[in-house]
Ligand binder design. Structure first.
Ligand code: SAM
Ligand code: SF4
Length: 336
């Protein structure tokens, strides 16, 4: 009986995978213009009334936690460009059944909120930092925010957050910083995660293959550090993790282009405009915004979520086969 009850609170997809992780984008806007994510101008941001309101995001989260989601990652665009973000985070901190609230941020605007985030019990913050050299960072992000980002990163670490740095290996742009960022970060208890670049950049550039895949990143790191140990990682982890002897933290490799981790995927994405995305490499399955604004919203949303997870592709490659034009998307609407 107890087991049945427990199962009732679980979302299981059509490949028998437990879906307990929601990546919730709260906006598609951003104060940076990272060149791997979006073009420098001419971006079609969503109209304000097509974004979920903060109350709708609270309600959606509550419904989905009721269905068995126990981890929510807040992403975007840049989550902190939403002035009312803290209202949502306070609500999430109050939700029974939600074990993990995480945030992915560019760390430009997080400074004034660090104390409150800590008091809400939020622990996991991913910071995007694609270079340790100021000029390289500002060339990639097309804005002059290096000091702010770096200072906030150090503050987050000092306050005891579990900080992970996301560094995308970009050919001819920042790979010369792979070893230096590890050298700087060796004094800090952080995980530096190197990601493969994906072709979701709002049409800034297109490519069918990458030269800096996770194997090349690893052998580059091994060329400098002889004593590297592979760490055990959870089955649903997207990163392969390592420890360098003498470093306080760890590093990880995320094969986001090579996609070796799809088989154990436990995640669902919802965009800031309400699109339900069951795989990064596909089109949205449905949109929840009007459902949320209509009659009987709670029951209808629950049904739609069940429908979406009942028809997932096994892998990103399988999903990609079904669609053309998915690489015109930008990560700023998907949330990474
Ligand atoms: N603005 C926040 C940030 O940058 O951390 C959150 C949103 S951002 C879209 C989420 C993640 O997607 C970031 O870690 C970013 O590096 C990653 N991302 C964006 N475009 C990407 C691309 N073309 N390939 C791989 N990762 C990408
Ligand atoms: Fe903004 Fe994040 Fe995209 Fe950079 S990666 S442009 S910080 S949303």
């Amino acid at each position: 009986m107890a087991d049945k009850k427990k199962r009732g609170l679980m979302l299981i997809d059509n490949h028998n995978r437990k879906i307990n992780y929601l990546r919730l984008a709260v906006t598609d806007r951003c104060n940076l213009r990272c060149n791997y994510c979006m073009p420098s101008e001419g971006i079609n941001f969503a109209q304000k009334d097509s974004l979920f309101t903060i109350e709708e995001l609270c309600k959606l989260s509550e419904i989905m936690v009721g269905q068995g989601i126990d981890k929510i990652r807040i992403t975007g665009g840049e989550p902190f460009v939403r002035k009312d973000l803290m209202i949502l985070l306070r609500k999430l901190a109050d939700l029974k059944g939600l074990k993990d609230i995480s945030i992915t941020t560019n760390a430009t605007l997080i400074g004034p909120h660090i104390k409150e985030l800590k008091s809400l019990g939020i622990k996991n913050i991913n910071v995007s930092l694609d270079a340790i050299d100021k000029e390289t960072f500002e060339r990639i992000t097309r804005r002059n925010q290096y000091e702010t980002v770096y200072n906030n990163l150090v503050k987050l670490i000092a306050e005891g957050f579990n900080v992970r740095i996301n560094f995308i290996a970009l050919e001819n742009q920042n790979t010369q910083d792979i070893l230096p960022i590890l050298e700087v970060m060796k004094h800090y208890p952080v995980s530096v995660r190197f990601l493969e670049e994906m072709p979701f950049n709002g049409g800034s550039k297109s490519f069918n293959t990458i030269t800096w895949d996770y194997k090349r990143i690893l052998s580059h790191i091994q060329s400098e550090y002889a004593d590297i140990t592979k760490l055990e990682s959870p089955k649903t982890s997207t990163s392969i993790n390592y420890k360098i002897k003498g470093h306080k933290g760890t590093f990880g490799l995320i094969p986001s282009f090579t996609r070796t981790f799809c088989g154990s995927c436990n995640r669902l994405r919802i965009s800031a405009t309400g699109d339900v995305i069951t795989c990064l490499y596909g089109k949205p399955r449905m949109n929840l915004r009007e459902v949320m604004r209509g009659e009987n919203a709670k029951e209808k949303i629950k049904d739609q979520i069940l429908k979406a997870i009942g028809s997932r592709s096994k892998t990103g490659f399988e999903e990609q086969e079904k669609y053309v034009g998915i690489f015109e998307n930008s990560m700023t609407s998907i949330g990474g």
